[in-house]
Write a protein that binds this ligand. Structure first.
Ligand code: ADP
Ligand code: ASP
Ligand code: MG
Length: 440
């Protein structure tokens, strides 16, 4: 069994929906995970913000505009008036529900309920479309099996049991369709796996059904060696190890949700990245195998806060790091990069929601400096640290103000912290430098 995930662009137009149908109807049994149609989740977030800011008229207008777009899709995708009516009824109900939300008090649960509608819409329409085309496809409701625990990790036991039950209860089908992104939380409320989370849904399902392969179909031909939104002439990397792909995803390669690789790595299930618009291109295969040495790719993650903590007691104050880490632990804030000297430690976090409390506690025994608007640039490959050419990349740094460097923490990764304003220049310089010498 394979698990195939199609992202927003892949189901974002009539033409692409038809393409996806062609790609998945090869006779093999599979589970297909769908995102919302491209742009939908962003509009839903906008609706949630309007409700939060009590801009009810604007929220209602935005809901109506989105509804009109879906009505156009129904008109074009479906043939008979019966099926148009059936799908139309479902879609009308979703938009009625959204409208009732405009008079509700805004909170996290309301946000979660609003943003979940995109995947509910896309999967319902797509399943009906496949049925219209004579394909034996069935919808498996993700909210019947996908669940996260108190630590926001997938509850594998629950997911496995319930997914199996739902498949057993459903009539036999060639293709099972389910929603990406959405899930229940530990107390059974509607929640999600964070933006871009449909990729993660696919590998979570892949691991629990012990899939032969998970395929992530998107709008680009695989993981590129640098961020194609910032740098020209990037190219797809054919093979990546789980560790390399995990680091790239974690450090900002948007093609994969940061946690996507984890379930696949644990269950040793290969993940293939493919382009819906160019299915013939090889894409990227992520597996246990390491191929080649040296830097393979560069990624960047924005929204980083750097914190410098200087010990007030100065030299040889043992126990200082322990006290520092305990504070981050207390506020459940994970640290990405860290460098230390005898009297100070610099570290980075990407979740600054508890920063004021953290700083307040740190200041009880140290001097603290905070820098916002930082980006981590991450160079990833196998044995990058031992690679005999790696030192040459530091030449490029003479032009860029680098706030921190992490080298040697792992064999697969060198991380640099720069001001976000310097990110694109740094990515471009590193790109020409790293990949020029990598080929010589
Ligand atoms: P989907 O909607 O299919 O999930 P995403 O927009 O989430 O698609 O991810 C695909 C996009 O990720 C690409 O269009 C590309 O702009 C961006 N991207 C960022 N970094 C990389 C990278 N290193 N390799 C490939 N794509 C990347
Ligand atoms: N639709 C969700 C989002 O836009 C999930 C996804 O696309 O993976 O974030
Ligand atoms: Mg995505």
């Amino acid at each position: 069994m394979k698990v195939l995930k199609f992202g927003g662009t892949s189901v974002g137009s009539i033409e692409n929906i038809k393409r996806v149908k062609e790609l998945i109807t090869d006779g093999d049994k599979k589970i297909v995970v769908l995102s919302a149609m491209s742009g939908t989740t962003n509009v839903l977030v906008e609706i949630s913000d309007l409700i939060k800011n009590k801009l009810v008229d604007q929220a209602v207008e935005t809901i109506e505009n989105l509804h009109a777009k879906y009505n156009d899709v129904i008109d074009e995708l479906f043939e008979t008036s019966e099926i148009k009516q059936e799908v139309g009824n479902y879609i009308d109900k979703v938009f009625e529900l959204l409208t009732t939300f405009t008079s509700k008090k805004h909170n996290e649960l309301l946000y979660n309920r609003i943003v979940s509608q995109g995947e509910l819409l896309s999967t319902f329409m797509f399943t009906k479309y496949l049925n219209q085309e004579g394909v034996n496809a069935r919808l498996l409701p993700a909210l019947g099996f996908m669940r996260i625990d108190k630590a926001n990790d997938p509850d594998d036991f629950y997911i496995k049991q319930n997914l199996q039950r739902i498949i057993d209860e459903a009539l036999p089908a060639e293709i099972y369709i389910t929603q990406g992104f959405i899930c229940l939380d530990a107390v059974g409320n509607i929640a999600n796996l964070q933006r871009g989370g449909s990729d993660y849904t696919a590998t979570i399902i892949g691991a629990v059904v012990d899939a032969d392969e998970v395929q992530i179909w998107t709008d680009i031909d695989g993981m590129h060696n640098n961020d194609p939104r910032c740098v020209e002439n990037t190219h797809a990397i054919s093979n990546l190890s789980f560790d390399e792909a995990a680091e790239l995803a974690y450090f900002g390669a948007k093609i994969l949700h940061p946690q996507t690789v984890m379930p696949a790595r644990e269950a040793n299930i290969p993940v293939r990245l493919k382009n819906t618009m160019d299915p013939g291109s090889y894409g990227t295969l992520i597996s246990q195998e390491y191929e080649g040495e040296g830097i393979k790719a560069i990624a960047a993650k924005d929204g980083i806060t750097a914190i410098k903590i200087k010990s007030a007691r100065m030299l040889q104050a043992h126990g200082f790091l322990k006290k520092v880490f305990e504070i981050f632990e207390k506020y459940e804030t994970s640290i990405d990069m860290i460098t230390t000297s005898e009297i100070a430690v610099s570290l980075t976090i990407d979740d600054a929601s508890n920063l004021p409390s953290i700083v307040e506690e740190l200041e009880k025994f140290s001097m603290v400096e905070v820098d916002n608007n930082q980006s981590i640039i991450c160079l990833v490959g196998h044995s990058v640290v031992r690679h005999h050419e790696t030192h040459r990349l530091f030449k490029v740094l003479q032009d860029i103000s680098v706030r921190m460097i992490s080298y040697g923490g792992s064999n697969n990764n060198i991380s640099l912290l720069v001001n976000t304003n310097d990110k694109i220049t740094a990515l471009k310089r590193l790109n020409s430098y790293v990949f020029e010498f990598a080929t010589t």
